[in-house]
Design a protein around this ligand. Structure first.
Ligand SMILES: Nc1ncnc2c1ncn2[C@@H]1O[C@H](COP(=O)(O)OP(=O)(O)OP(=O)(O)O)[C@@H](O)[C@H]1O
Ligand SMILES: [Mg+2]
Length: 348
């Protein structure tokens, strides 16, 4: 019998009239909208009256992850990168916003639905030593997530773990070792293996190589790239060092004081950084050719406290190009070229 396809089927499969999808030609696997995380803090000693204060760690951040890509999130220490990763995994609860994954808002899931999604989104942490239980053998640590998610029999779980050990470049005898018997690079491979055993779709890697030697960093980054291709993973790669993020990312988001100030495909961001903060970050990255000289932009002052972020544009207190309007109005996000967005009053 011939298949009849209705107009409704076609419009559902190819939503021609959805401007966002037409624009990006892809449907995001994760769509983060207006994410805010304010941490409440106690009033200073002796103060009884006055407003409740909060640390604005993440303030109205929106971005999308597309299947199979690596999205690099970069910015100075304390700008809210880890907070984004942790809220997406519901390790901490957001103050506001949505994160749409498979047509559901991650922030509204509870019980069994949340458990299912937690399997598909996994996190790799910066410090592989403190994220592994020192009293448990590697095999036990790796089998734990499988037990929690009731995957396989005991024998099957061991087989899965052995296979994953192999995938991350470790040998089967590492199954019986303790974390202190491994090097830093090996421990990070185990951290990666632990997130992979449950067959996730998205990996949030929070500074996964920052604690490692430079030579080991490149090995782990290569491994991440191989695994991405092999297992069709999507990465949110968090780092404070733009020179690492640029190697691995397809697109890069630049954060400053809880705000996403610029977002672009990696090539476009590196070739034409638009935001003065991105320009300063990139000016500090050494060039491969030492004969080519570039001027380093030194930002004045310290990063302000997220307890009382500056009004207007949060970057105006340190911006070399600040104008009057920057002190009063927060800039809106503008698309300057294809998928290259910036929030800055210089671009009106
Ligand atoms: N539980 C908490 N209570 C109060 N403030 C917090 C809490 N956790 C984080 N913060 C604050 O939120 C802000 C963002 O922290 P976060 O850890 O997300 O930064 P980060 O960009 O990951 O920094 P780093 O590069 O150093 O890891 C910081 O000012 C931090 O002090
Ligand atoms: Mg962090």
């Amino acid at each position: 019998m011939p298949n009849t396809v209705s107009l409704k089927d076609i419009s559902e499969k190819t939503p021609l009239f959805n401007r966002e999808e037409e624009h990006n030609e892809k449907i995001p696997i994760l769509d983060v909208q207006g994410l805010k995380k304010y941490y409440p803090v106690k009033k200073p000693f002796g103060q009884i009256r006055g407003e409740k204060r909060s640390v604005k760690a993440v303030d109205n951040v929106s971005f999308r992850l597309y299947e199979g890509e690596t999205y690099g999130l970069v910015g100075e220490s304390g700008c809210g990168k880890s907070t984004i990763g942790r809220t997406l995994l519901r390790l901490i609860e957001p103050t506001a916003g949505k994160a749409i994954y498979k047509n559901k808002d991650l922030f509204e899931l509870t019980g069994e639905n949340l458990r299912e999604v937690r399997q598909e989104l996994q996190m790799v942490f910066q410090d592989p030593y403190s994220s592994l239980n020192p009293r448990k053998r590697i095999g036990q640590t790796l089998e734990e997530p499988l037990t929690i998610h009731s995957i396989g029999t005991k024998k099957e779980r061991t087989e899965i773990v052995m296979e994953i050990l192999n995938k991350v470049g470790m040998q089967t005898d590492h199954y019986y070792r303790f974390p202190h018997e491994l090097s830093g690079g090996q421990r990070q491979r185990i951290g990666l293996a632990r997130s992979l055993v449950v067959n996730p779709k998205i990996i949030i890697a929070d500074e996964p190589v920052s604690a490692l030697d430079v030579s080991i960093q490149s090995q782990v980054i290569n491994l991440l790239q191989e695994l991405q291709e092999d297992l069709q993973l999507t990465y949110l790669f968090i780092a404070h060092d733009i020179s690492i993020v640029r190697y691995i990312s397809d697109r890069i988001g630049v954060m400053y004081l809880g705000n996403l100030v610029e977002e672009a495909p990696a090539d476009s961001l590196l070739a034409t950084p638009l935001h003065p903060y991105t320009q300063a970050l990139l000016s500090a990255v050494p060039l491969p050719n030492p004969l080519v000289k570039k001027e380093r932009i030194i930002l004045k002052g310290e990063i302000p406290s997220p307890l009382s972020p500056p009004p207007g544009c949060v970057f105006h207190t340190r911006c070399p190009s600040a104008m009057n309007v920057c002190k009063m109005e927060a800039p809106e996000k503008k698309e300057m070229s294809s998928n290259h967005f910036v929030s800055c009053h210089l671009y009106r």
